[in-house]
Design a protein around this ligand. Structure first.
Ligand code: APR
Length: 172
C-alpha cells in the first residue's frame, strides 16, 4: 500500500496539503497534538476555529471533522477530527472509523493530494493503540481514498511500533 506511510515524529513538521488534528468538540485547542498544532500554527488557527459555527453547543461532534486554513503550518489546511473517548463514548470503534473517514473525505473534497494523520484518540482519549491502528489503517485502505498520499505521524517509538505491526499484519 504505497499510498500509506508511517513516520515517527512531530506532525507539525509535516509538509502536506492537510494536517489532521485530534481535537475536541469545542475546537478551541487543548493539549497533546491539538496543543502542538495550535502552537505551531499560531493565533490564525484559533481564529479560523472560532469562525466554525457552533451547533447544539459544539463545533465538531464526536466522529466528525471540520476543515480550516492552516495558519503558519506548512500545509494548506488543518482538518480537525474529534475521536471517541474510549471508556466514555458508546461504540468507540464506529466513532473512530467515522472520524478517520470524515477526515479523508474532506481531504478529497478539498483537492488535497497529501494528508498527515495522528493516532486519533490514542492519547488523552485512552483508545488502545493496537485497536485504533487497525481501524485507522483499514479506513485508509478504502479504495475511495486511494488517490490520497496518507502519512501517519506517530509520536513515540511505542505508538510507531504498534502501527507498524498492524500495517504489516494488514498487508499480508
Ligand atoms: N505529533 C504527532 N502526534 C502527537 C503529537 C505531535 N506533536 N503530540 C501528541 N501526539 C500523539 C499522542 O502521543 C497520541 O498518540 O497524538 C496521539 C493523540 O493523542 P492526543 O493528542 O491526546 O489526542 P486524543 O487522545 O485524541 O485526545 C484529544 O486531547 O489535547 C486534547 O484538545 C484535545 O480534548 C482533546 C483530546
Amino acid at each position: 500500500m504505497s499510498d500509506i506511510k508511517l513516520h515517527l515524529g512531530d506532525i507539525t513538521n509535516a509538509k502536506v496539503d492537510a494536517i489532521t488534528n485530534a481535537a475536541n468538540p469545542a475546537m478551541l485547542g487543548g493539549g497533546g497534538v491539538d496543543g502542538a498544532i495550535h502552537r505551531a500554527a499560531g493565533p490564525a488557527l484559533l481564529e479560523a476555529c472560532r469562525a466554525i459555527a457552533v451547533k447544539d453547543g459544539v463545533r465538531c461532534p464526536i466522529g466528525e471533522a471540520r476543515i480550516t486554513p492552516a495558519g503558519d503550518l506548512q500545509a494548506k489546511y488543518v482538518i480537525h477530527a474529534v475521536g471517541p473517548r474510549y471508556h466514555l463514548d458508546p461504540k468507540p470503534q464506529r466513532l473512530l472509523r467515522s472520524a478517520y473517514s470524515n477526515v479523508l473525505q474532506l481531504a478529497v473534497e478539498n483537492d488535497c493530494h497529501t494528508v498527515a494523520l495522528p493516532a486519533i484518540s490514542c492519547g488523552v482519549y485512552g483508545y488502545p493503540i493496537d485497536e485504533a491502528a487497525e481501524i485507522a489503517l483499514d479506513v485508509c485502505m478504502q479504495a475511495e481514498f486511494s488517490t490520497l498520499q496518507k502519512t501517519f505521524y506517530l509520536f513515540g517509538e511505542e505508538t510507531f511500533g504498534i502501527f507498524q505491526a498492524a500495517f504489516t499484519a494488514q498487508n499480508r
